[in-house]
Each structure stands twice: as C-alpha cells, then as structure tokens.
Write a protein that binds this ligand. Structure first.
Ligand code: RM4
Ligand code: MN
Ligand code: MN
Length: 429
C-alpha cells in the first residue's frame, strides 16, 4: 500500500511530540484513575470508533452565490479518494468514504473498490442524487423526484436509486442514503398528503429491491431547496415512512436539517427507542443547514448527541449500528484540514460521552437530583481528552499533530502542480 504522506515525516514529527504526549497521557490517566476509569480502556474504545467522510467533502464547497476553488483541489473521484486517504492516514478515524452518484460515476466499480483498498479505504453508504438534473436526462426534477406528480419522473428517480444499490454492491456498501429535495415553495403548490403518498409508493419500489443485508436510510430535512414544505421534513415524517417501508428502512439525522434550537439529542433518543436510528450526519450550524465544521459552533450539543448515542450503544435495540458520516461544506478552508479537525472533534465528543459516569448519572436521575445528574455530564464534558485521541492515533500509525504533519507534507501544493484547475461556479459541491 502506497499512502500519500511520507511515513518518515509522520514518524519524525511523532518522535518530536512523544515525550510531551506521554506526559499528558500519564497525567490524564492518573486523574481518570481517581474516578475509577481506566484510561487504556477508553483509548481502546476510541481506537475502534470511526466516521465516514463524504467524497464530495474533499472538494471546496460553495454557496448559491459563489464557489472559490483552491489550487490542487480534487476534480474526480480518484483524486477525492487520494485526499480521503490523507485524512485516514494522518487521523486514523475515517477509514470509509461515502460516495454520491452520479457525481462519482466511473466505468469500472470493481477497479474503484480496489483503488480505494490500495489507499487503505473502503466504501460507506451510497448516496443517490435526484435533486439535480444531469445532462441528457429525460425527465426533470424541477417539480420533485420520488414525490413528483409525473409518473415517468418518479420512475426515473426509482431507477436511479436502484442503480445506486447496484453500484454500492460492487463497492462493498450495505446502506443506501436517500435524501430528496422534493417539496414546495408556495402554499397550495402541491397537495401535502398526496405528495407523501407518491413518495411512499416510489420509496417502496426501491425498498423492494434492497438486498437483505442492506439498509435504506431516510434523511429528513425541513427546508432547502424547497422553502415552504419538504416531503420528508422532520423525524416524525421520517420514522412514519421508515415504519411503513419495513425493518430495513431506518432514519438518518443530519445535524443541520432542523428548525433552530430543536433538541436533536432527544430526537436521537426517540428514534433509538423505536429501533429506527440508522445514521447520523455530522456538521455544525448557526442558522440552518450551514454545513460548518463539526463542533465549531456548538460543541456541547455534539457532546449531548454523543451522550445519547453512547446510551443507545449500551442499550442496543434492533441491532443498533448507526452509520456515522461527516457532512460538511468547506467553503473557506482546505477540505482536508477541515475533515482532519472535524474527525478529531467528533471522536473527542465520543470519548467524552464514554467518560460519563453512567451509574452516577442514572442514580441522580432516579432520585431526581437534577444538579448531580447535570454534573455527571459536566465532569465528562470538561475533561480534555485530546491525549487519549492522540495516543490512539499514533498507535494506529497516524500523526500526533495531524494539521502540522499535513502542512509540512506540502501535499496540497504538490497536488496543485499535478491536478487541473476546477471550474468556477456556485453550488453545493
Ligand atoms: C443535503 C443532505 C445530503 C447531502 C446533500 C449534498 O443537504 O445533507 O446528505 O447528500 O446535501
Ligand atoms: Mn446530510
Ligand atoms: Mn444537508
């Protein structure tokens, strides 16, 4: 396996940081031991935690107004895989890539799978795209896809999802994530009940061909591109649809897809209660589906979400095995740096949630001791777990200081010499 960053560079920088890391790790280990926690056990948990990266996240994102590409940005799935390999090589928490079709379309998927494997990567959930028209496509998605009034448009959208399953089988995926842009911009534009009927009927056709060991992940979103209503607007619509479709249909929660201030950790708990939590898309936001870097605005919310995910892990229902993915749009940073930093933040929140003294929390909850229940969470949240992550990363072959190693490698400027420039324009990717 030939990885993109020099192993010597990583080893040299790790040697320089090792004494300080060992010191910090030992100090934290003593502190945790006083609370009855074995730091090596927490490190072992963190070492097996992973989150997928989206192939499209490797490119610079944009807004409706503009996109500002950087030199050396990837222009196709092969270059995106190479960038994802950098993230995994340095950070060791992102071994899988989630592809999006037709953005990542190639002629030979067996070869693509081998190419990914040669870079130390596998594939995660496949994402279908029926929110954009493609050149030469017979029917437009201007008025929706799975919920469109036009039967031929719906059939085309179903067909595309079935093709995604077929591609995913070749890539080794076992999840199909379905997010549709269907909805309306005007009251009265569509019948709210009938559009859901059409969605359910079309989704059932996809579900009918889903392999036995696959899941169909329904991703809700309350707005954008439609601003008055969306067909799968919230977790309620999502779970109803998933329940109607069957056991292989689950709900996927994207942090940015709710009204402001919605209690997302409670949604996680609710979906889990009914065995329907299938996946999670991590990002952060100030206003809506901003797709900012995870934990950059509200790290406490991310921790509280993980607190519920860890509770769910300890009380599994219906084979709890959520698919975790970063879903961000990197408009002003180098996407590799953002994903390195985000994967670390996400794993930190997981580690903090794993530190929560569950016995103390549950006892306080049982006795209505609100302050001590809150303190059980606060103690974990206030613990700086960075040495645990860095140690786990280093032991797995990654870099103690991921951003430093990335910058020293000059990877991006090397790619700027090799890769052709990406086009200008607006858009999400
Ligand atoms: C949507 C949603 C989907 C993602 C697209 C690009 O808002 O988050 O998960 O595939 O954006
Ligand atoms: Mn998403
Ligand atoms: Mn989104």
């Amino acid at each position: 396996m030939i990885l993109p960053i020099s192993a010597d560079l990583i080893a040299e920088r790790n040697t320089a940081h090792l004494a300080a890391l060992e010191d910090d790790y030992a100090a934290l280990g003593r502190k945790l031991a006083r609370a009855g926690i074995d730091i090596d056990a927490v490190k072992a948990k963190v070492a097996q935690f992973s989150v997928a990266v989206p192939s499209w996240g490797a490119g610079r994102g944009g807004t409706r107004f503009a996109k500002f590409p950087i030199p050396g940005e990837p222009t196709n799935i092969h270059e995106k895989l190479e960038d994802c390999a950098v993230i995994q090589q340095l950070g060791r928490a992102t071994p899988r890539v989630s592809p999006h079709f037709p953005w990542d379309k190639v002629g030979d998927y067996k070869a693509l799978r081998e190419e990914a494997a040669s870079l130390g990567l596998g594939f995660d959930a496949v994402n279908s795209n029926t929110f954009q028209d493609q050149p030469g496509q017979p029917h437009t998605y201007a008025n929706g896809s799975l919920a469109a009034q036009d039967a031929a448009t719906r059939a085309q959208a179903v067909e595309h999802n079935i093709e995604c399953i077929e591609i995913g089988r070749q890539l080794g995926s076992t999840d199909l994530t379905v997010w549709v842009g269907d909805g309306t911009n005007f009251p009265g534009q569509q019948d709210l009940g009938r559009s859901l009927d059409r969605y359910l009927e079309a989704a059932a056709q996809i579900y009918a061909v889903l392999p036995d060991d696959w899941r169909m992940l329904l991703e809700h979103k309350m707005f954008e591109p439609a601003f008055y209503s969306t067909v799968i607007s919230d977790w309620g619509s999502s779970i109803l649809a998933a329940q109607e479709l069957g056991p292989k249909a689950k709900c996927l929660v994207d942090l940015g897809h709710h009204a402001p201030n919605v209690n997302i950790e409670q949604i996680v708990a609710r979906l889990h209660r009914f065995g329907k939590l299938g996946g999670f898309h991590f990002n952060d936001s100030k206003y809506g589906d901003d797709d900012l870097d995870s934990g950059s605005i509200n790290p406490h919310q991310l921790f509280l979400v993980f607190n519920e995910l860890v509770e769910a892990e300890l009380n599994p229902r219906d084979g709890f095995n959520p698919s975790y993915m970063i879903d961000q749009s990197h408009n002003v940073t180098d996407p590799i740096e953002s994903m390195l930093s985000s994967a670390e933040t996400i794993a930190q929140c997981y580690a903090k949630a794993a530190l929560v003294d569950r016995a103390a929390l549950h006892a306080a909850q049982e006795s209505n001791d609100t302050m001590m229940a809150f303190q059980a969470l606060r103690r974990a949240y206030n613990t700086d777990v960075a040495p645990i992550l860095a140690m786990a990363r280093m032991e797995a072959g990654g870099a103690i200081d991921v951003l430093e190693a990335f910058r020293l490698s000059q990877y991006r400027s090397r790619k700027a010499q090799e890769r052709k420039a990406v086009g200008l324009g607006a858009g999400i990717v």
